[in-house]
Design a protein around this ligand. Structure first.
Ligand code: AP5
Length: 215
Protein backbone atom coordinates (compact mmCIF):
# COMPACT_ATOMS: atom_id res chain seq x y z
CA UNK A 1 0.00 0.00 0.00
CA UNK A 2 1.53 3.30 -1.13
CA UNK A 3 -0.16 6.41 0.18
CA UNK A 4 0.29 10.15 -0.30
CA UNK A 5 -0.99 12.40 2.45
CA UNK A 6 -1.33 16.00 1.38
CA UNK A 7 -2.74 19.12 2.97
CA UNK A 8 -1.87 22.60 4.15
CA UNK A 9 0.37 22.97 7.22
CA UNK A 10 -1.34 22.10 10.48
CA UNK A 11 -4.16 20.07 8.93
CA UNK A 12 -3.00 16.99 10.86
CA UNK A 13 -0.82 15.09 8.38
CA UNK A 14 1.88 14.27 10.92
CA UNK A 15 -0.63 13.23 13.58
CA UNK A 16 -2.46 10.88 11.23
CA UNK A 17 0.78 9.59 9.65
CA UNK A 18 1.72 8.21 13.06
CA UNK A 19 -1.67 6.48 13.24
CA UNK A 20 -1.45 5.01 9.70
CA UNK A 21 2.09 3.81 10.33
CA UNK A 22 0.99 1.83 13.42
CA UNK A 23 -2.37 0.64 12.09
CA UNK A 24 -1.20 -0.49 8.64
CA UNK A 25 2.36 -1.38 9.55
CA UNK A 26 4.03 0.70 6.86
CA UNK A 27 6.82 3.24 7.31
CA UNK A 28 5.91 6.91 7.19
CA UNK A 29 8.19 9.22 5.30
CA UNK A 30 7.72 12.74 6.59
CA UNK A 31 9.78 15.14 4.53
CA UNK A 32 9.72 17.83 7.21
CA UNK A 33 11.13 15.36 9.78
CA UNK A 34 13.83 14.19 7.37
CA UNK A 35 14.83 17.79 6.67
CA UNK A 36 15.00 18.60 10.39
CA UNK A 37 16.96 15.48 11.33
CA UNK A 38 20.68 15.56 12.11
CA UNK A 39 20.83 11.91 11.01
CA UNK A 40 19.71 12.57 7.44
CA UNK A 41 21.37 15.96 6.85
CA UNK A 42 24.84 15.45 8.30
CA UNK A 43 26.55 18.47 6.70
CA UNK A 44 26.08 21.31 9.18
CA UNK A 45 26.35 24.07 6.56
CA UNK A 46 23.60 22.50 4.45
CA UNK A 47 21.47 21.87 7.55
CA UNK A 48 21.73 25.53 8.55
CA UNK A 49 20.72 26.56 5.03
CA UNK A 50 17.74 24.20 5.14
CA UNK A 51 16.71 25.47 8.59
CA UNK A 52 16.68 29.02 7.28
CA UNK A 53 14.44 28.05 4.35
CA UNK A 54 12.08 26.09 6.62
CA UNK A 55 11.87 28.96 9.13
CA UNK A 56 10.98 31.34 6.32
CA UNK A 57 8.10 29.07 5.30
CA UNK A 58 9.36 28.50 1.74
CA UNK A 59 9.86 25.13 0.06
CA UNK A 60 13.28 23.50 0.13
CA UNK A 61 14.83 23.00 -3.31
CA UNK A 62 14.04 19.85 -5.27
CA UNK A 63 17.63 18.61 -5.53
CA UNK A 64 17.74 18.08 -1.75
CA UNK A 65 14.19 16.70 -1.62
CA UNK A 66 14.71 14.15 -4.44
CA UNK A 67 17.97 13.00 -2.89
CA UNK A 68 16.25 12.40 0.49
CA UNK A 69 13.31 10.60 -1.11
CA UNK A 70 15.53 8.30 -3.20
CA UNK A 71 17.62 7.40 -0.17
CA UNK A 72 14.51 6.54 1.83
CA UNK A 73 11.97 4.83 -0.44
CA UNK A 74 14.34 2.20 -1.79
CA UNK A 75 15.15 0.89 1.69
CA UNK A 76 14.01 -2.63 2.50
CA UNK A 77 11.24 -1.59 4.93
CA UNK A 78 9.51 0.28 2.08
CA UNK A 79 9.17 -2.79 -0.15
CA UNK A 80 5.60 -3.53 0.96
CA UNK A 81 4.51 0.08 0.90
CA UNK A 82 4.92 3.43 2.58
CA UNK A 83 3.20 6.64 3.45
CA UNK A 84 4.48 9.91 1.98
CA UNK A 85 3.67 12.81 4.31
CA UNK A 86 4.27 16.17 2.65
CA UNK A 87 5.55 14.84 -0.67
CA UNK A 88 4.81 15.69 -3.44
CA UNK A 89 4.07 19.38 -2.94
CA UNK A 90 4.61 20.52 -6.53
CA UNK A 91 3.93 19.12 -9.99
CA UNK A 92 7.66 18.66 -10.50
CA UNK A 93 7.68 16.41 -7.42
CA UNK A 94 4.62 14.52 -8.70
CA UNK A 95 6.41 13.90 -12.02
CA UNK A 96 9.40 12.64 -10.07
CA UNK A 97 7.17 9.91 -8.60
CA UNK A 98 6.00 8.96 -12.10
CA UNK A 99 9.56 8.98 -13.44
CA UNK A 100 10.67 6.66 -10.67
CA UNK A 101 7.74 4.36 -11.66
CA UNK A 102 6.32 4.39 -8.16
CA UNK A 103 2.72 3.17 -8.22
CA UNK A 104 0.70 5.18 -5.72
CA UNK A 105 -2.55 3.57 -4.51
CA UNK A 106 -4.15 6.34 -2.46
CA UNK A 107 -3.94 10.12 -2.32
CA UNK A 108 -5.67 11.59 0.73
CA UNK A 109 -6.05 15.35 0.94
CA UNK A 110 -6.69 17.05 4.29
CA UNK A 111 -8.35 20.46 4.38
CA UNK A 112 -9.44 22.95 7.01
CA UNK A 113 -10.00 26.71 7.44
CA UNK A 114 -6.96 29.00 7.77
CA UNK A 115 -8.27 30.22 11.13
CA UNK A 116 -8.21 26.72 12.59
CA UNK A 117 -4.84 25.93 10.99
CA UNK A 118 -3.31 28.86 12.88
CA UNK A 119 -4.90 27.76 16.19
CA UNK A 120 -3.66 24.20 15.74
CA UNK A 121 -0.11 25.13 14.81
CA UNK A 122 0.39 27.75 17.49
CA UNK A 123 -0.13 25.23 20.33
CA UNK A 124 1.96 22.44 18.81
CA UNK A 125 4.64 20.64 20.84
CA UNK A 126 6.76 17.89 19.34
CA UNK A 127 9.01 15.06 20.47
CA UNK A 128 11.72 15.20 17.83
CA UNK A 129 13.27 11.68 18.16
CA UNK A 130 9.93 9.86 17.76
CA UNK A 131 7.94 12.37 15.69
CA UNK A 132 5.13 12.31 18.28
CA UNK A 133 2.98 15.43 18.05
CA UNK A 134 0.97 17.13 20.79
CA UNK A 135 -1.05 20.29 21.21
CA UNK A 136 -1.11 22.21 24.47
CA UNK A 137 -4.94 22.44 24.41
CA UNK A 138 -6.34 20.03 21.77
CA UNK A 139 -4.04 17.07 22.31
CA UNK A 140 -2.00 17.66 25.48
CA UNK A 141 0.62 15.31 26.90
CA UNK A 142 -0.12 13.78 30.32
CA UNK A 143 2.52 16.01 31.92
CA UNK A 144 2.95 19.50 30.51
CA UNK A 145 5.77 19.73 27.92
CA UNK A 146 6.90 16.12 28.57
CA UNK A 147 6.66 13.24 26.07
CA UNK A 148 4.22 10.56 27.36
CA UNK A 149 6.43 7.61 26.41
CA UNK A 150 10.03 8.65 27.08
CA UNK A 151 9.59 11.40 29.68
CA UNK A 152 11.78 13.64 27.54
CA UNK A 153 11.14 17.35 27.05
CA UNK A 154 8.91 18.49 24.18
CA UNK A 155 9.95 21.33 21.89
CA UNK A 156 8.39 23.85 19.56
CA UNK A 157 9.27 24.14 15.88
CA UNK A 158 11.18 27.19 14.59
CA UNK A 159 8.63 27.64 11.82
CA UNK A 160 5.62 27.62 14.15
CA UNK A 161 5.22 31.38 14.28
CA UNK A 162 2.54 33.45 12.61
CA UNK A 163 4.76 34.90 9.83
CA UNK A 164 6.07 31.52 8.77
CA UNK A 165 2.64 29.86 9.05
CA UNK A 166 1.14 32.47 6.69
CA UNK A 167 3.99 31.96 4.20
CA UNK A 168 3.57 28.15 4.38
CA UNK A 169 -0.17 28.46 3.72
CA UNK A 170 0.57 30.80 0.80
CA UNK A 171 3.10 28.31 -0.63
CA UNK A 172 0.60 25.48 -0.23
CA UNK A 173 -2.12 27.41 -2.06
CA UNK A 174 0.32 28.35 -4.83
CA UNK A 175 1.44 24.82 -5.61
CA UNK A 176 -1.40 22.54 -4.51
CA UNK A 177 -4.11 23.61 -7.02
CA UNK A 178 -2.41 21.95 -10.01
CA UNK A 179 -1.40 18.98 -7.92
CA UNK A 180 -4.97 18.35 -6.75
CA UNK A 181 -6.30 18.70 -10.31
CA UNK A 182 -3.67 16.22 -11.46
CA UNK A 183 -4.64 13.61 -8.84
CA UNK A 184 -8.37 14.10 -9.49
CA UNK A 185 -7.61 13.29 -13.16
CA UNK A 186 -5.54 10.27 -12.13
CA UNK A 187 -8.48 9.16 -9.99
CA UNK A 188 -10.84 9.43 -12.99
CA UNK A 189 -8.42 7.33 -15.04
CA UNK A 190 -8.47 4.83 -12.14
CA UNK A 191 -4.71 5.13 -11.70
CA UNK A 192 -5.09 6.11 -8.04
CA UNK A 193 -7.87 6.49 -5.47
CA UNK A 194 -8.33 10.08 -4.34
CA UNK A 195 -10.11 11.15 -1.14
CA UNK A 196 -10.60 14.43 0.75
CA UNK A 197 -11.14 14.73 4.49
CA UNK A 198 -12.23 17.86 6.33
CA UNK A 199 -9.91 17.58 9.32
CA UNK A 200 -11.62 20.14 11.54
CA UNK A 201 -13.08 17.17 13.45
CA UNK A 202 -11.43 15.22 16.28
CA UNK A 203 -8.33 13.06 15.86
CA UNK A 204 -10.39 9.89 16.48
CA UNK A 205 -13.06 10.87 13.97
CA UNK A 206 -10.39 11.43 11.31
CA UNK A 207 -8.86 8.03 12.13
CA UNK A 208 -12.28 6.45 11.59
CA UNK A 209 -12.55 8.05 8.15
CA UNK A 210 -9.04 6.92 7.23
CA UNK A 211 -9.88 3.34 8.26
CA UNK A 212 -13.01 3.44 6.08
CA UNK A 213 -10.85 4.49 3.12
CA UNK A 214 -7.94 2.12 3.60
CA UNK A 215 -9.51 -1.02 5.07
P1 AP5 B 1 6.39 19.81 7.41
O1 AP5 B 1 7.12 19.47 8.63
O2 AP5 B 1 5.86 18.72 6.57
O3 AP5 B 1 5.29 20.87 7.78
P2 AP5 B 1 3.89 21.26 7.11
O4 AP5 B 1 3.59 20.68 5.81
O5 AP5 B 1 3.90 22.75 7.19
O6 AP5 B 1 2.87 20.59 8.03
P3 AP5 B 1 2.89 20.60 9.58
O7 AP5 B 1 3.90 19.60 10.08
O8 AP5 B 1 3.03 22.01 10.07
O9 AP5 B 1 1.42 20.17 9.93
P4 AP5 B 1 0.70 18.77 9.91
O10 AP5 B 1 -0.30 18.77 8.80
O11 AP5 B 1 1.67 17.64 9.96
O12 AP5 B 1 -0.11 18.88 11.26
P5 AP5 B 1 0.14 18.17 12.67
O13 AP5 B 1 -0.26 16.74 12.62
O14 AP5 B 1 1.49 18.50 13.21
O15 AP5 B 1 7.33 20.70 6.47
C1 AP5 B 1 8.08 21.77 7.03
C2 AP5 B 1 8.86 22.47 5.95
O16 AP5 B 1 9.77 21.54 5.32
C3 AP5 B 1 8.07 23.07 4.79
O17 AP5 B 1 7.52 24.34 5.12
C4 AP5 B 1 9.16 23.16 3.72
O18 AP5 B 1 10.05 24.22 3.96
C5 AP5 B 1 9.92 21.85 3.94
N1 AP5 B 1 9.36 20.76 3.12
C6 AP5 B 1 8.67 19.68 3.56
N2 AP5 B 1 8.30 18.90 2.54
C7 AP5 B 1 8.77 19.50 1.41
C8 AP5 B 1 8.70 19.19 0.02
N3 AP5 B 1 8.06 18.10 -0.43
N4 AP5 B 1 9.28 20.04 -0.86
C9 AP5 B 1 9.93 21.13 -0.44
N5 AP5 B 1 10.03 21.50 0.87
C10 AP5 B 1 9.46 20.69 1.78
O19 AP5 B 1 -0.99 18.92 13.55
C11 AP5 B 1 -0.86 20.29 13.88
C12 AP5 B 1 -1.30 20.50 15.34
O20 AP5 B 1 -2.69 20.20 15.48
C13 AP5 B 1 -0.58 19.58 16.36
O21 AP5 B 1 -0.34 20.32 17.52
C14 AP5 B 1 -1.60 18.46 16.64
O22 AP5 B 1 -1.47 17.93 17.94
C15 AP5 B 1 -2.92 19.17 16.45
N6 AP5 B 1 -3.97 18.33 15.86
C16 AP5 B 1 -3.83 17.46 14.82
N7 AP5 B 1 -5.03 16.92 14.51
C17 AP5 B 1 -5.94 17.46 15.36
C18 AP5 B 1 -7.35 17.31 15.53
N8 AP5 B 1 -8.08 16.53 14.75
N9 AP5 B 1 -7.97 18.02 16.52
C19 AP5 B 1 -7.24 18.86 17.31
N10 AP5 B 1 -5.90 19.05 17.20
C20 AP5 B 1 -5.26 18.36 16.25
Amino acid sequence: MKIILMGAPGTGKGTQSNFIKEKFNIPKITLGDLLRSKNTIKNEKIRKKINLIISSGKLVNDEIIFDLIKKRIYKKDCEKGFLLDGFPRTMKQAYFIKKEKIKIDYVIEFFMSTELIIKRILGRKIHIPSGRIYHSIFNPPIKEDIDDITGEKLTERNDDNILSIKKRIQEYKKFSKKLIKFYIKENKKKNIKYFRINTSISILEIQKKIKEILL
